[in-house]
Design a protein around this ligand. Sequence first.
Ligand SMILES: [Zn+2]
Length: 477
Amino acid sequence: MPLTATSQPENNMLKADLVIRGGLVVKPSGSSIANIVVRDGMIDEICGDVDTPPAYRVIEAAGLHVFPGMWHVHVHFREPGHTYKEDFESGSRAAAAGGITMCLDMTNNTPHPTTLESFEQKKELVAPKAHIDYALYGGGLYPKTVSALAKAGAIGIKIFNTRHIKEIYPYISELGVVDHGVLYELFEAAADVGILTAVHHDDSEWCKRLTFRDYIDAGRVDAAAYREAYQKGYMYGHGMVAGLAASLYYARITRARLHVLHLGVMPVDAYEMIRHAKAHFGQDVTAELETAALLMTLEQAQKVGPNAYLWAHSPEAGWESIRNGVADMLVGEHAPHTLDDTQAGWQDNFSVPLGITGAQEFIPLILNEVNHGRLTVEDVARLCAEAPARRFGIYPRKGAIEPGADADFTIANMKAHNTFMGKDMHSRAGHTSWEGVSVSAMPVYTIVRGQIVMDHGQIVGAAGYGRFIPGPQAVIS
Ligand SMILES: [Zn+2]
């Protein structure tokens, strides 16, 4: 407190901007009921009633859970270039509605942010549109630009070590780094500046050869054939594990810091490879586990149809990866497409883009698993806030409920019911891959740097409030 108790009577205590009163404050280390005092966008103190000053705004949070602001480290807001599917405004609005305070945006844009110029251009373009705080990946394509992207504030270097069998993904064919020599050079360059590399692994030629042989050349291409090819490990299967194996090795000998994307999509051997890299080699590797790999039933995937590139094929292995530390954090991949983009996939699933929605659904789905007894609230604080903030180098400014941290909170009602429906989605894609799925917990406030941006489902913040959060290698001039 700036004023001492002796110099000022209590009723003259300096008014705070915001007090969150009486909620269960959830930290990875434990939870307790307390008041949180916010000034100037930061947490000033966490205290009991006696020490709590009056405030311009009070949230009565008794009966609610106050989490550190939830992170979403895998969104595709489609800007620039594909804004008919989503843009930074609609995507970040969906995330705010879903209790997200901070997101990391991917790079398969047109133009793709693989050079300093295109990265700066994207930064400028999205700045007036964000409802929540955000960081941007730099695109990994040219080893020579990695250092400039890191200095310009990229949160990491995203590498698409994959190219769709018909070159549909990553939408911009040249973004696919399928040459392991180039992957190696990107790792060398990233290791030089210390920036994290986030990789979608694959062995694209293997995948292409086998899928053509048994499906496309055999005339079996509908949505059911795709699901069979996935189950067999041809699509997003064994090729991804083989790519991961190579990448783990190249990352180890280049000392690149590796962040593995799409854990849970791949067959289960991926978990053991990552465990071995961490435990045996002490390698600097982390992994994000996809919520759909835990919760997307085959029935739901069949209903979603062509967009659903995965379902929960081995959910118990996924849950185990959380318990044994192979999975460091959770994500709810948000890769929106319009239904028009993908409807032809019912007939030919190998010729349409794939991707499910998740910005708005991710946190409710995860909180629901607390009610199912699969996770504790402390797990959620760790897996969705502290761990990503630490890994991406923004801790304890974010990801912590401690004095001096940004006042980012996700306040949840653990007894609120909701059923996901397309009409309630903020995403421009206009539908949800979780249509008809019910949850028993919902975020009721999203608070970013002390400002309420979502209040009981209503967006009350403004586009442009969200701030660009530069990565730890940024050089601010
Ligand atoms: Zn993605």
